[in-house]
Design a protein around this ligand. Structure first.
Ligand code: HEC
Ligand code: HEC
Ligand code: HEC
Ligand code: HEC
Length: 420
């Protein structure tokens, strides 16, 4: 969990610095000469294990080079020393150079950028690739279904939400996956799954992917346009598992029912629903109330007598229940804040931690906010803003709430409440 937090902090700080240097594609062309041996002069990798970086978002390229250089979120025996030799200006320049090509390595229209000579565009056709060894016959249609619809029963968010249609992402920090080597995509998904490459969203999502899913996603990217329409994959019933004892927890939770509901669905708007919330998050909150790290006169008394086992079991019980989402209206201001933050005022997008669906990231202890009572969500944002609630690790919520106006809080709370 520490690692996940750490990786998020680094990731977010890099986000903020990604644009500190303006890239110059012409200067980048000269500097990119050392990259050509593997990534091609036009950013088309010469082998399946060398990613295509042609037409990749410059912000994303810079972020990856910094990650390789720092070695915290990503390391690779080949790339780490390459990146170590680059200054931030070099990174910005080579990123601008590779970003100036089309995703297929084609020279950019206008030709004022670095790719003026046609030498660059000539390479892709000559690429020879060894056929991938097939242990499992991958299914591109299943890969597409997972890509476009995810699989909620297994906690897999649809990739399309972040990486865009057929892998062309609209968000500059989310990489394009279109025209990428399938082998490379599979390798990265395995690295995220094994957590040798760090990114909170991707570690969470790939943790739920099977080897077959990964092979299917790779197969889809061999030629995304070739796969026809797909429906969501048939829902599979999964048995969720909890650390605590759900049955024991149910007995102990009887005293909580008056305010949080017997099944964790609160009937009064000022009380939070606990049904379906992350078990790890609930354990942390109850413990924080008990130790006074999170202060609330009502809750302090309610949990004072609970043992560590009681806390684990009660949390497991509420986590195992199903949330009846609040009825609330979505709104544009809240949606935009939630999904994109506000670069001007430095508000980090909520989606980075609370996820697209608002279901949070249970592994990292980031709470679900979808369908929670808007009144309660508003009260918590106010409390973080005024430092009446300070139990968030590294003050991550206080720093964000500080920058929210009253109107922002109203809007984003309603948006979160409206998520199903
Ligand atoms: C000797 C081969 C080699 C050279 C030279 C090389 N790279 Fe790489 N590069 C790789 C490999 C292999 C990976 C994939 C690492 C992994 O699997 O995580 C990679 C990954 C990357 C990525 C991440 C791509 C993504 O989609 O996440 C970027 C960006 C990158 N290289 C840029 C560069 C730049 C810029 C240079 C020149 C300064 C360079 N590379 C030189 C082999 C090379
Ligand atoms: C919540 C947003 C989000 C979702 C959903 C998501 N991704 Fe990602 N993905 C990212 C981000 C952000 C990165 C870049 C991580 C980094 O900076 O190292 C990434 C990186 C990747 C990479 C590495 C790309 C490269 O060039 O190295 C692959 C492959 C990938 N994602 C595949 C998937 C697949 C397949 C799914 C669906 C099963 C998925 N992603 C769902 C946000 C997301
Ligand atoms: C008399 C009403 C009342 C009772 C009974 C009660 N709570 Fe609470 N609970 C609250 C209030 C009010 C809050 C919001 C506190 C705040 O604003 O920080 C809360 C917040 C919580 C939270 C934090 C939820 C989140 O999303 O962060 C948890 C967890 C919780 N209660 C667990 C319990 C448990 C377990 C019990 C039984 C042992 C219990 N509560 C009994 C009123 C109650
Ligand atoms: C860097 C990660 C991160 C980002 C970005 C983030 N949050 Fe949070 N948020 C958290 C964590 C972690 C907690 C739980 C803190 C704790 O342990 O008490 C939290 C708690 C909350 C809570 C209280 C939930 C409850 O049940 O009591 C609300 C509401 C919330 N966040 C809203 C937002 C909004 C709105 C945004 C965007 C403007 C946002 N968050 C951005 C990490 C984040």
């Amino acid at each position: 969990m520490k690692k996940v937090f750490f990786s998020i902090i680094i990731g977010l700080s890099m986000l903020a610095h990604a644009n500190a240097f303006e890239g110059d594609a012409k200067a980048g062309k000269t500097k990119a000469a050392t990259c050509a041996g593997c990534h091609g002069t036009n950013g088309i990798g010469i082998m399946g294990s060398y990613p295509n970086i042609a037409g990749q978002h410059a912000d994303y390229i810079v972020k990856q080079l910094k990650a390789f250089k720092a070695g915290t979120d990503r390391s690779d025996p080949v790339m780490s020393p390459m990146a170590a030799a680059l200054s931030e200006q070099d990174m910005a320049d080579v990123a601008a150079y590779f970003a100036s090509f089309g995703r297929d390595g084609s020279a950019p229209a206008g030709a004022e950028t670095a790719a003026t000579d046609n030498d660059a565009a000539a390479t892709p056709a000559q690429v020879k690739r060894a056929p991938a060894k097939a242990a499992y016959v991958a299914n591109a249609a299943s890969g597409k279904a997972l890509y476009e619809h995810g699989d909620t029963t297994r906690g897999i968010t649809a990739c399309i939400d972040c990486h865009g249609k057929e892998g062309n992402s609209q968000v500059l920090i989310n990489p394009n996956l279109s025209a990428q080597h399938p082998e490379y995509i599979e390798k990265q998904l395995k690295a995220f799954k094994a957590e040798t490459r760090h990114n909170a969203s991707m570690n969470q999502i790939s943790g739920n992917l099977s080897d077959e899913d990964i092979a299917n996603l790779g197969a889809y990217f061999k030629d995304p346009a070739a796969v026809g329409e797909v429906k969501a994959s048939a829902a599979k019933v999964v048995v969720k598992s909890f650390t605590g004892d759900v049955a024991e927890g149910k007995i102990k939770a009887a005293t909580c029912a008056a305010c949080h509901g017997a099944d964790g669905n609160a009937l009064v708007a000022m009380y939070p629903s606990l049904a379906g919330q992350s078990e790890a998050y609930l354990v942390k909150q109850i413990t924080d109330f008990k130790t006074g790290t999170r202060q609330d006169p009502v809750m302090a008394g309610m949990v004072a007598a609970l043992s560590a086992d009681d806390i684990q079991n009660i949390s497991a019980y509420f986590a195992s229940q199903t949330l009846n989402p609040a009825i609330a209206e979505s709104n544009e201001r809240g949606k935009s804040l939630y999904l994109s933050g506000n670069a001007k005022t430095g508000i980090t997008a909520c989606v980075a931690c609370h996820s697209i669906s608002g279901k949070g990231m249970d592994k990292a202890g980031f709470p679900a906010v979808a369908g929670q009572s808007a009144t309660y969500l508003k009260s918590q944002l106010e409390k973080f803003r005024t430092k009446a609630r300070t139990n968030d690790t590294n003050s991550m919520m206080q720093n964000i709430a500080l920058k929210l106006t009253k109107k922002d809080i109203e809007a984003v709370a309603n948006y979160m409440a409206s998520l199903k």
